[in-house]
Design a binder for this molecule. Structure first.
Ligand SMILES: [Zn+2]
Length: 488
């Protein structure tokens, strides 16, 4: 979820977390529950109480159709049989996190069909509070979503990342994209990694727009002009404020983790610095780089709202419809997208194609928005003639890093993808991959390990509490840099 600047506590990971569901106590009753849910953020609105047929009670806990606690989190209903608790309590965090994960899966399944997890199995694991940190992450290796807590030093409030709908849906978005395109967690490319983060944010945005209460609030804030500041554009408000209060300065740009109102434009990633990952300027650190695509897609949604209002819809209804339609476009694009690597341009072209397949209602909105962002260019406006050759599948390539510029990583073998399409600008793809690795190594994004070192889970996070992008593994005396299958 976070920028790497945001997380300053070392990760407190509970090493006892085992495989999913090992301590769950068997089958639970097949009936839905009344439960807390907050599609936005605690700082913006109070939690709702909703009925969820896809979550079931029994054996002193809850379990969803597609999610279960990694270790049993004890939950008993109140006298009315509801799983409704006081915000800030352990029971509240457990239940609201469970509700958000399952509700996000339910809504995204309508776009993608049944979710086949990248890690196999029917249910994703959930640790609603895995220790002290201002953080949250998805781990394919552990088949789980992990949330944490930290103390806001100014308000003295304990902030749980699992209690923000936007933060939780973001992490579920990672897991859902990983299910659709597992190759995207094996790449070193800036656009593909940035898209993973953008997809998380856009999943949170979509979920927020599907709440009538949130749409009414955003309509009131903006009158339907989503370029004005509003609760939809700002994500993770409570967590963002706690982070800023902890730093004693405004590191995220406001009381949020990220804000989708921006005017960042795409440029060739290798011409942009990798770090630092702060709010400004734009870097190729994945959360930073994601803001180009998220901002563009947010603008597409804003354009759809404008169109619907021009057609006579009221602002709140237009926001809800636009949230749904823009996620449909994105999901249809992902279903057609290349398997291993994707560029922002590929995705924008595929959204045009998806829209054309659906009657072409939003063609001009998508095209003009993406051209404003330097994601699409003149000549990209005829989806029927669109050259799918520009999305030629990436090739896999293994190289050995040679040269003093790689320091202790010299001699390491690394497998990466070489873009097959529009971005295949390298006359020598191996050099391009080596150049990307050099940038990642020099910016501390790859964890070095010794040949006989036991690598524990906590080692896979950098000093800012962020998962390293890659890690050195030793196989038969050979150094290999592997992609870390965790993403925050
Ligand atoms: Zn993320």
């Amino acid at each position: 979820m976070l920028n790497s600047i945001n997380s300053f506590n070392s990760v407190s990971y509970n090493s006892q977390v085992g495989s999913v569901g090992t301590e769950n106590s068997g089958a639970v009753q097949a009936k839905g529950v009344e439960i807390n849910y907050n599609p936005q953020d605690e700082l913006v609105m109070d939690p709702q109480v909703i009925s969820m047929p896809s979550i079931h009670a029994g054996k002193g806990t809850l379990e969803g159709d597609n999610v279960q606690f990694v270790r049993k989190e004890q939950l008993e209903p109140n006298k009315d049989g509801q799983y409704v608790y006081t915000p800030g309590t352990r029971e509240f965090v457990s239940s609201v996190t469970m509700a958000t994960v399952q509700k996000t899966i339910d809504a995204m399944s309508e776009k993608f069909g049944k979710i086949e997890w990248a890690f196999g199995g029917d249910k994703i694991g959930l640790a609603s509070d895995a220790g002290v940190d201002f953080n949250a992450y998805y781990s394919r290796n552990d088949a789980s979503l992990n949330f944490f807590h930290g103390l806001d030093p100014v308000t003295n409030q304990t902030v749980f990342s699992g209690s923000s709908g936007e933060v939780v849906s973001h992490e579920v978005g990672h897991a859902i994209l990983d299910a659709q395109r597992p190759g995207y967690l094996t790449t070193w490319q800036a656009d593909t990694n940035g898209f993973h983060e953008a997809f998380g944010d856009l999943t949170g945005l979509f979920m927020a727009t599907q709440s009538d209460e949130v749409c009414a609030m955003a309509a009131k804030e903006t009158g339907g002009d989503l370029h004005k500041p509003n609760c939809l554009a700002a994500s993770g408000e409570l967590l963002g404020r706690a982070i800023n209060n902890s730093y004693g300065k405004n590191v995220t740009g406001g009381d949020y983790v990220r804000n989708y109102i921006n005017d960042f434009k795409w440029q060739a990633p290798r011409t942009v610095p990798r770090n630092p990952s702060g709010t400004d300027p734009l870097t190729t650190e994945m959360h930073s780089w994601s803001r180009i695509f998220t901002g563009a897609q947010y603008d597409v949604m804003a354009g759809i709202v404008e169109k619907k209002m021009a057609d006579g819809m009221d602002a709140a209804a237009a926001i809800k419809a636009a949230g749904n339609d823009s996620m449909t476009l994105l999901a249809e694009a992902v279903k057609m997208a290349p398997q291993r690597d994707v560029t922002y341009r590929d995705l924008a072209l595929l959204m045009l194609k998806a829209d054309a397949n659906n009657g072409g209602e939003y063609h001009d909105i998508v095209l003009n928005t993406m051209m404003d962002r330097n994601i699409l260019f003149e000549g990209d406006d005829t989806p029927n003639d669109m050259s799918m050759a520009s999305m030629a599948p990436s090739r896999e390539m293994t190289i050995t890093l040679n040269g003093p510029e790689f320091g202790k990583f010299a001699g390491a073998e690394v497998t990466g993808t070489v873009p097959g399409g529009f971005n295949a600008l390298d006359s020598n793809p191996a050099d391009g991959l080596a150049q990307d690795m050099k940038q990642l190594i020099q910016n501390g994004c790859i964890l070095y390990t010794e040949p006989n070192q036991t690598v524990e889970k906590k080692d896979l996070f950098d000093k800012d509490g962020h998962p390293y992008i890659g890690v050195v593994r030793w196989t038969d005396g050979k150094m290999v840099i592997e992609r870390n299958m965790m993403i925050g």
